[in-house]
Structures are given as structure tokens and as C-alpha cells.
Design a binder for this molecule. Structure first.
Ligand code: KIV
Ligand code: ZN
Length: 390
């Protein structure tokens, strides 16, 4: 049994919902929050309560219905934000306030027009205030991916002393390389004197397609919470995909010595639900939940897969709740895939028949993107020698 748990912090309803066109109403948010709880996520970031009356109401109602997961509300390091979040979360079984401020010099200078010293003071004040309302306070050091390391360490130490239980190290702009992000987490683990009093969290954006790799690098270096969204939706190029980090941790559990409590059989159904309610299609080649994730179309792969599925699949569709593996017939497919499909359609052809039918199949395939069952029925019906309908 792998020994250490990675807490899954889902921010589909907050960072995910910030995507233009993905806005949900309160009823839809509650439906999704209940599914996320059933999926086994540890923390649901339900929204940003001060941002609008609608978001306040969604966080409030989610806090009332969720019984097992922690319900979290986002705030800036601003008194009013924290008070409003505390009000929205007051009926939660496990409330968490997620407060924070910019930590890179770019943010400190251009967003806040202030000094590092002032940032430390605001961070400390906000964390202490949040702790007056709830026992579980997460602090985010925005743009930590580009922050000065020794300043970041000081900030982390300050907020832990002020009562933060979790410290989020966001790569807000998706800038870091995996080894850099991992080294950042390792540096904080080794250089912040009170680090044993808090959990470090990875919050990685996908601007360079590295959010999943960076989150895993952070976990390898000692972070114990990963912030992610279903289908990787989120600002710009998105956030870390929940389904990807969960399946990486499952596939490599011996190497990583880590586990999550996610029910992986729910990954495809929940991906579909999010795609439907947010009207945001999932790219076909998306890992784990894309429609092609278990589709085999080249002859070499199909032949191997039909002999033994593990030749070309490292996980089963059942394990992640996908409909099943698919053999897609195209001009790149081989004889074994064709024979297999004819058999499924009820035709038994011998090797010689398949050789002849394969030549006819290729002519059709060269004209079409995919050869469908109806095309094969026509080929089979017009073919005479030795064919026997079962
Ligand atoms: O990307 C980010 O830095 C965030 C914070 C608000 C946590 O989403
Ligand atoms: Zn974010």
C-alpha cells in the first residue's frame, strides 16, 4: 500500500468557471459539487464569494449540501473579501478560506505598486483575520512560479506563523519547467523553518502545456495537495487536469509512493458532465477522457491490441469509466482489424477471403476518413466466394 496521500483540491467551480462561456448557475454548480464529492475530491473550491451576489449564493448553498469534502472560498488579502467568504461558508461542515496575494516582483511592482515588506504584512494580516473565522486557512502566493526564492520562503514562513494550514505555490502564468517547479517546492521544504506545520500545494497553469508535469514534480518534491480542474479547464490555456494527475499517481503508485482517494471509474462520466454543462468540448486526443484515448487506428497497433490489449493500453477503459476500446478502420488499418470487425458483424471469412476483401476495403478507405460498419456490410454482401453469414 502506497504510504502518502495527495489531497485533491478541485477548482473547476472557481478557476475553471472563470473561462469565458463556462459560467454556471447555482443549480448547475450544486449538481457538479455533489458529483465532485462523490468522485472523492478532498477539497471543493466553490467560488469567489465577494465577486458577485450569484457566486456568494452558490458558495453558501454548496457549503450547506456538501458533507464530506472541505468547501473552500477564494478571497484576496482584503478584509471585506475574507468577511464575506466567512459568511458564505458559515454552514459548511469543513470550511476553508483561501486567501492570498502576489509574490513575484512583477506582481508586487505592477499590480500592487508596493514593496516586499508591505506584502509580508498584508499576508500576515489576512491570514490572521481568516483564522478568526475558520481553523483551515490556505494562503496562495500568487505568481510564485516567478517569485524570488528567498522572499517566497520568508512569505511562506510568515503565513504559517500567522496560522495558515496549507500554502499554495501557484505557477500562475504556467512559466516553470518541471525541474524548476520541483526545486522550488524542495527549497521551501528545506528552508522554511516551520514548514512541518503546513501542507504545500501545487497550483499550476498550462500556458506551456506543463501544468500536469509541474504538479507531479511538485508532489515528488514533497507537496501534498494538487489543485486541478476536470478536463483541465481554466484561465487561458487552463489548469492542471484532475484526471491526468490522478491516473499518473495511480499508474506509478509504486514509484511515487503516493495515492489519492479518487474513484477513477467516475473520471469519464464527470468529464462528460462538465463538458456538457459548460458547453466546452473535450479534445479527442485528451489523455484519459478524450474520445480517442482508447481508440486504435493503425494496423500495427490494432494487430497488437487484438492479440493482447496491454500491448497498446496502459490502463483499461473500465478503470476510468470510458465506454470501451475502439478499433477504428481507416486506410492505415490492417487485415486483422478488418477480420475482427467482420466477425463482430456476423461474417466468417477465411484468410483468402480477407486478402481479397482487404484490397476492396483499402479502395473505400482511401476515399473516406473512417470506414463504417455500413460500408463493410456492402463489401460483404457483394462478395461471393466462401462467405457465410452467421
Ligand atoms: O493561478 C493562481 O495563482 C490562482 C490563485 C488565485 C490561487 O488561481
Ligand atoms: Zn489559477
Amino acid at each position: 500500500m502506497p504510504s502518502e496521500k495527495i489531497y485533491i483540491f478541485d477548482t473547476t467551480l472557481r478557476d475553471g468557471e472563470q473561462v469565458p462561456g463556462c459560467k454556471l448557475n447555482t443549480k448547475e454548480k450544486i449538481e457538479l459539487a455533489l458529483k465532485l464529492e462523490e468522485l472523492g475530491v478532498d477539497i471543493i473550491e466553490a467560488g469567489f464569494p465577494i465577486s458577485s451576489p450569484g457566486d456568494f449564493e452558490s458558495v453558501r448553498q454548496i457549503a450547506e449540501v456538501i458533507k464530506n469534502a472541505t468547501v473552500c472560498g477564494l478571497t484576496r488579502a482584503v478584509q471585506k473579501d475574507i468577511e464575506v467568504a466567512a459568511e458564505a461558508l458559515k454552514h459548511a461542515a469543513r470550511p476553508r478560506i483561501h486567501t492570498g496575494i502576489g509574490s513575484s516582483d512583477i506582481h508586487i511592482k505592477h499590480k500592487f505598486n508596493t514593496t516586499r515588506e508591505d506584502i509580508l504584512q498584508r499576508a500576515e494580516k489576512a491570514t490572521k483575520l481568516a483564522r478568526n473565522f475558520v481553523d483551515d486557512v490556505e494562503f496562495f502566493a500568487e505568481d510564485a512560479g516567478r517569485a524570488d526564492l528567498s522572499f517566497l520562503a520568508k512569505l511562506v514562513e510568515t503565513v504559517i506563523s500567522a496560522g495558515a494550514t496549507v500554502v499554495n505555490i501557484p505557477d500562475t502564468t504556467g512559466y516553470c519547467l518541471p525541474h524548476q517547479y520541483g526545486e522550488k517546492i524542495a527549497y521551501l521544504k528545506n528552508n522554511v523553518p516551520n514548514i512541518d506545520k503546513a501542507i504545500l500545494s501545487c497550483h499550476c497553469h498550462n500556458d506551456l502545456g506543463l501544468s500536469t508535469a509541474n504538479s507531479i514534480a511538485g508532489a515528488i518534491a514533497g507537496a501534498r495537495q494538487i489543485e486541478c480542474t476536470i478536463n483541465g479547464i481554466g484561465e487561458r490555456a487552463g489548469n492542471t487536469s484532475l484526471e491526468e494527475v490522478v491516473m499518473i499517481i495511480k499508474q506509478h503508485q509504486q514509484d511515487l509512493n503516493l495515492y489519492t482517494d479518487i474513484k477513477t471509474q467516475m473520471l469519464n462520466p464527470i468529464s462528460q458532465l462538465v463538458s456538457d454543462i459548460m458547453r466546452m468540448p473535450v479534445q479527442p486526443n485528451k489523455a484519459v477522457v478524450g474520445s480517442n484515448a482508447f481508440a486504435h487506428s493503425s494496423g500495427i497497433h490494432q494487430d497488437g491490441f487484438l492479440k493482447e490489449s496491454t500491448t497498446y493500453e496502459i490502463m483499461t477503459p473500465e478503470e476510468v469509466g470510458a465506454a470501451g476500446s475502439k478499433i477504428v478502420l481507416t486506410a492505415r488499418s490492417g487485415r486483422s482489424a478488418l477480420a475482427h470487425r467482420f466477425q463482430k458483424l456476423g461474417y466468417e471469412f477465411n484468410r483468402n477471403d480477407i486478402d481479397v476483401l482487404y484490397e476492396q476495403f483499402l479502395k473505400v478507405a482511401d476515399k473516406k476518413k473512417e470506414v463504417m460498419d455500413a460500408d463493410l456490410q456492402l463489401l460483404a454482401k457483394s462478395y461471393q466466394p466462401d462467405s457465410v453469414a452467421l
